[in-house]
Design a protein around this ligand. Sequence first.
Ligand code: ADP
Ligand code: MG
Length: 771
Amino acid sequence: MMAGTGRAHLRSVGEGEGNPLDFGLRDLVGGSAQTLQRTRGIRTVGQLLDWLPRTYLDPTRPTAFRDLPHGEDVVVVGTVRSATTHQMRNRRGRRLVVDVADDAGGVIQLTFFKPYGHQDRLRPGVRVVCSGQIGVWRDTLQLTHPDYATLSESGEGAAQWLLDGLVPVYTATKGLSPIVHGQCLELVFHALDELPDPVPRDVRTQVGLPGLLEAYRLVHRPRAEADHRKGHWRLKFGEAFTVQAQLARVRRSSEAVPARPRVPADQGLGHQLRQRLPFELTEGQEEVLAELLADLGREVPMHRLLQGEVGSGKTVLALLAMLAVADSGGQAALLAPTEVLAAQHHRSMTQLLGPIAEAGLLGGLADGTRLALLTGSQSAAERRQALLAAASGEAGIVVGTHALIQQHVQFADLGMVVVDEQHRFGVEQRDALRAKAPGGTAPHVLVMTATPIPRTVAMTVYGDMEISTLRELPGGRRPISSFVVDGQRPAWVRRTWERVAEEVRGGGQVYVVCPRIGDVEDPDLPGAGGDGPGLPLGGEAGAGEDGDDGADLLGALEPVEGAGGPPGLHGVHQVARCLRELPATRDLRIEVLHGRMPAEDKDAVMQAFAAGRVEVLVSTTVIEVGVDVPGATTMVLLDADRFGISQLHQLRGRVGRGGKPGLALLVTQGEGVDPAAMERLEQVAATTDGFELARLDLEGRREGDVLGASQSGGRSGLRFLRLARDEELIVQAHEAAWRTVGSDPDLARHPELADALTRLDATSAAFLERG
Ligand code: ADP
Ligand code: MG
């Protein structure tokens, strides 16, 4: 069955030739190597060891044969009671039937249609371990052509390991016998003397960790539960440690290129803006601002993430920081994820800044600055003017979309980049930025996000950045109440639209969010208009693609399956048309907004909504990020069960921004709502604490989703860690890793760690760079 020759071979393959984890399996386990590769894609020692048991069986508490689950893959141990060969009745050939008994007297029948070779080994009295799929024939439990191994009294049998402690159980794999797999592991363990350990000895001692090889043994060959727990913990720690060390090194390399310190003038532009602001900064804002200004004053480039709920007042802080840069004669760029947002930022900043941004204009501040807007949809003339303002240095602040840094936009002296609502900001983008800063320097970078990030994710995904958090909303903000509306109940749905009308009559404005754009020609929703219940949910199939950039933006964290998905999801056009016919809403001023509209139309609609000329805005998730219309008090989310927790929370953050209480109505799909989705909706309705929701969200996800690896089709870069559960461990690993890299930046004294970093696979590297 096995043709491994173990230790001698590994030595000859391995001596001085790299990490044994990379060795191929053929020399160690012979022909089984091919089976491992075919069935599980396992080629190397490391891959074999990394496939961890799903659970463990305790052989001191054996399952009696009669309790075995029919149809499942099992591993059983018993004693051969009899073995007989029968002539087959209807065909030529013979059949070997072996009765194996457990200690409780239960019997399993092993059947072989090719007895050759088995007769000699399966003699009465021999202890045998077998695996296969349990079947039943004439009231008898059967294993047909099982894999098996015999066990000797002296304990020297090839499958002896099965009897020595807990029995590891791996995910059943067609074509791969657990016994063969177990024996491959045996051979590998036998051949390995030690494994290079990326976790340095002093860290292991301090944390109390077994070495790497020992950890694999504890996991694959535990004697007791405590063993595999310890081994598992150690494997996770090693993974967290390696990731953290990588982040620490990324951080160091981004510090290698200096930044120009940007110190604001005493009575400079920031001071002027603060005089103009119609509000006081909160204590939290003051603290963060101090952090930002301190960063800007250093020669090490700022690399900071500012997280805070929608409306927590991040933008005004970014503006103050950008003014500090302008003050010192430099320029700042603000990158927004969509044109709508870029235009909105430009508008609200122009308003906030007033004369400060009108240098050289009549009534402008003499030593003020200028604001430029750069978007893809501008006219050639507008664009030329903005490009010129950026290149000449006339514009102290340039606002645009993320594409700005990819394009050939020249700056006279780019000192700072603020990236708004961006989850991914890769090394490539950082390089592009550097190319725009004055020679030999890097700009300061501030990334802002309204998605509250659980600590473990922040440490793992943004671990190379400093993090500032705004925890409170500025005064005057009212909480949002949220309710789940059962879309299958016409009365509830009707009430929803009546509520929308009441809201508008009371002076409010309403967002109606749909998961897709749909076609203008999409058929009416049944019952809309007339005297039906009004917009019962469940539209018709349509061209579903929602090409919104806003939807893409959070796509990494929030896959919305509605895009191009199954029929029955509400489309913007459909819903708008129906609302224009529905008695309750037909007199309201209704407009649509989605990502496929020309930028100037989008902009015009947003402006009309912001000015209160539009009362109901039917849109896709393009309004998700950052859009700020103080008059909006209510949001109706259609097919709300199609959205993830964070996205729902983001979306509803659009309302209640103007001092009036906000209301979010989460309307479920017409039929077949997934219970898990229902639970999500209830959770979102129950709390407005973004961090709590982010934590719940994380628990419901696979690591790959969290880290965005699922997008590239690959598995998560993490093999063992669970970000929702391993907080304490990650914190410990973080501290140890940053200490290690701090004391040995080039890792000259830690070659095993250096090697492990180069081995981080492509997906890990990708998620670490978020690019
Ligand atoms: P964010 O970018 O975090 O979503 P914004 O900076 O857009 O939040 O702020 C939301 C609204 O609150 C804006 O209209 C802003 O002018 C206002 N705002 C910011 N800080 C304060 C404050 N300290 N007190 C009152 N209003 C504030
Ligand atoms: Mg914002």
